[in-house]
Design a protein around this ligand. Structure first.
Ligand code: PEP
Ligand code: MN
Length: 345
């Protein structure tokens, strides 16, 4: 950590900063420049994170050397992590193909959609039983009945399942049915929920918050990792933009930018990022081209009857078409797609 002092800093103030640093068991190295004086701190930086040095008169800024997301950082873990969801690998060259309806609506519908996405090449099935809706009057999900349908459908079609958990009090319940937890964008900074899923040993799909920076996303991942759960997959799903032309602003640069900082796999969700079926295929391909470790797409066999996110759902045949292109691009990039029954594809 480097402490940059103000140009008008006084000698007693410099002395005070040095004493403060040394009182924490660290070494201070004073360096006087023509325009600025700085203090280099040597020792365990984490001790200084709890000390508000910026509050000391004469201190202009405090510049950490190590990122605060130390477990998520690729400095701590230079090799890309591979997360395994009931046999399906994500990251380190393995591409996830997550597909399914926004909400679980009935066993019949789930079965039809699962059969279609499986045939198209999906390797993970999604579906929400607890839905984070902007309006309290909108469809809220089937709850535990939906979780049962999701689990049974996933088993029938040999597709591990991923579903959202919104409430720390329901982590135990959802854990009984799912192969991977999803933390939705609106809950990315629900730290109690992050801590709770961090205490399980089940993979977590952590979606980027609507106005969260890449570093915020990594700090949220750190909450899960620091509880001992290393199975975290990040998801770029668009951030709030100013243009109503799309539901959100798909931040494709966030994919390589996140990879430049972290070893964690990151997938893209062009469905929620754009909200438009015509924009989903090109953005899915852009995400994979940018290095994403997977693509998450909402699929429905009758979007006009969907209880949630119908307007952005792809029809099964539209999903099959984009899945084919994703596979071709993946092959070109040397990425592999694993599945529970056939292993390597
Ligand atoms: C979803 O996956 O259905 C969902 C609500 O996503 P997000 O949290 O990204 O809005
Ligand atoms: Mn949705």
């Amino acid at each position: 950590m480097i402490i940059v002092l103000k140009p008008e800093v006084t000698e007693p103030q410099i002395e005070h900063v040095i004493q403060r640093v040394e009182s924490l068991g660290l070494r201070a190295h004073l360096s006087r420049g023509t325009y600025r004086t700085i203090i280099g701190v040597i020792g365990d930086e984490s001790k200084l994170r709890v000390a508000p040095l910026e509050a000391i008169p004469g201190v202009a800024s405090v510049v950490p050397i190590l990122p605060p997301y130390k477990l998520a950082s690729n400095e701590a873990h230079p090799e890309p992590s591979v997360v395994e969801v009931a046999g399906v690998k994500i990251g380190g060259g393995w591409l996830a193909m997550i597909a399914g309806p926004c909400a679980i609506e009935s066993a019949e519908r789930m079965d039809a959609i699962a059969a279609a996405v499986k045939k198209a090449g999906a390797n993970l099935l999604r579906g929400g039983a607890f839905k984070p809706r902007t309006s309290p009057y909108a469809y809220q999900g089937m709850g535990e009945d939906g979780l049962k349908i999701l689990r049974d459908t996933g088993r029938k079609h040999a597709l591990p399942v991923v579903t959202e958990v919104m409430d720390p009090r329901r982590v135990e319940l959802v854990d009984q049915y799912t192969d991977m937890f999803q933390i939705g964008a609106r809950n990315m900074q629900n730290f109690t929920l992050l801590t709770e899923v961090g205490q399980t040993r089940k993979p977590v799909l952590l979606k980027r918050g609507l106005s969260a920076t890449v570093k915020d996303l990594l700090m949220s991942a750190e909450y899960i990792l620091s509880e001992g759960n290393s199975q975290v997959v990040l998801c770029e799903r668009g951030v709030k933009g100013f243009d109503p032309i799309a539901r959100n602003l798909f931040d494709v640069a966030a994919v390589p930018a996140t990879k430049s900082l972290s070893h964690l796999p990151i997938i893209v969700d062009p469905s929620h990022a754009t909200g438009r079926p015509d924009l989903i295929p090109p953005c899915a391909l852009a995400g994979v081209a940018a290095g994403a470790d997977g693509v998450h797409i909402e699929v429905h066999n009758c979007p006009e009857e969907a209880l949630s996110d119908g307007p952005q759902a792809l029809l099964p045949e539209q999903y099959a078409a984009i899945a084919r292109q994703i596979r071709q691009l993946a092959a070109l990039l040397g990425k592999k797609i694993s599945s529970v029954n056939s292993g390597n594809q």
